[in-house]
Write a protein that binds this ligand. Sequence first.
Ligand SMILES: [Ca+2]
Length: 266
Amino acid sequence: MKIAAPQTVGAALRRDLSVASNSSRHKAAPTTLAASPSPVLGAPSGACQSRRSFGEGGFTLLELLAVVAIVGILASLIFPSVSAARKSANRTKTKVQFSQWAGAIESFRSEYGYYPNFDATNLVNGGASTTLSGDHLFHDLLAGKRRDGSAPSTASATAAGSQNRKRLAFYAFADGDFTPTDSAYPNLIRDAFDNLSIAVLVDRNLDGKIDADDYANWPAVAAPDGASIRPTATDIPANGVRAGVVFYCADPNATASDPQFIFSWK
Ligand SMILES: [Ca+2]
């Protein structure tokens, strides 16, 4: 007769106890078993069920790295297209802004018979004050008042109040048209890219086009990197721009070596 080794007996006893324990649990919770799906009923033991649940609920390091890599690839694909779409939308918004300003200036001409004289720099913020009570020629001319609502200046013949002597409102500027009061350069007109360097030109001799007869040199504007860039002959139609008022500013992608612009007429 073969006698089992003590260790083997102990192991057999533990198996028996485990089976008894499982059997007891199964009996103690008949409702749970009945409600459980068939794979649980077919599981060999509670311990195995516990390990499987833990494995199914977590991620290995490899899985996490794979997820991170996939998210990175997706981000690299999505972000450039989102950025390009945002720039395209802002270009459109800026050109709409130019068109609205041009309409206001044409209204000024209809009223007074001539285009207004802007700052000698031919920039919408040329010589502008950064305070609400100060002079902002471009704004004050078209709004018929200062930013704070006070009467525009009549200090000279070209001051806003002198040119728009009837103090008519040709354009209703919104707060969003200006840089915030807490910015480095507050209360200045900006485009959709927060660009403050915006050129404005008018048909000074009223011949139906804007060309060298009106402006010997087209105004330079600041690129995002601070470079001063100026349109060249390739940017401007050979016979001038057939318009009474034009605007332009640097494109957000412009640099000194690659000057690009947002033109109101293109
Ligand atoms: Ca002209």
